[in-house]
Design a binder for this molecule. Structure first.
Ligand SMILES: [Ca+2]
Ligand SMILES: [Ca+2]
Length: 149
């Protein structure tokens, strides 16, 4: 089971032991500061190597990918939009890294992983918020995968 915390935005993994029991938590993403506040997690084997990988959508509007390793640990997370690693970034640092014309405008990014177009490659379904003069609006987008990560 994966759990994204509201604040400080940590992501925890609880290995299932069967019969409703779980092992002690493993911290996948520790204290990402306010950029990962209300982290949204999804697990899927995106590179088809048999190990679960993670996507984490965050408050700043970024998506971080963590490649799962055979030993159950995860490689350092990288932004799928900028390719940058985020080591405890602040919200404003992540927003600045996405630029003034980001791929996905807005913030509070939520996501799901599914093969939307049934081509055998997992895609991302994304929802988020964006401020307007009339208030806050929301967007839903699908990012179709073109190549292996
Ligand atoms: Ca994998
Ligand atoms: Ca697909």
């Amino acid at each position: 089971m994966l759990s994204g915390l509201y604040s400080p935005g940590e992501v925890h993994f609880y290995h299932g032991l069967g019969k409703g029991a779980f092992a002690a938590r493993t911290v996948i993403e520790e204290n990402r500061n306010e950029s990962a506040m209300m982290a949204c997690t999804n697990a899927a084997d995106c590179d088809a190597d048999g190990d679960l990988d993670l996507f984490i959508g965050d408050e700043a509007g970024d998506i971080t990918f963590f490649r799962g390793r055979e030993d159950g640990a995860y490689e350092a997370g990288i932004s799928i939009f900028t390719g940058l690693t985020h080591a405890q970034p602040k919200y404003t640092e992540v927003r600045d890294s996405l630029g003034e014309d980001p791929v996905i405008p807005g913030y509070r990014l939520r996501l799901a992983v599914a093969d939307w177009n049934r081509d055998g490659a997992l895609d991302l379904l994304i929802g988020n918020c964006e401020p307007t003069e009339a208030g806050t609006t929301g967007h839903v987008r699908v990012l179709l995968r073109k190549q292996l990560l």
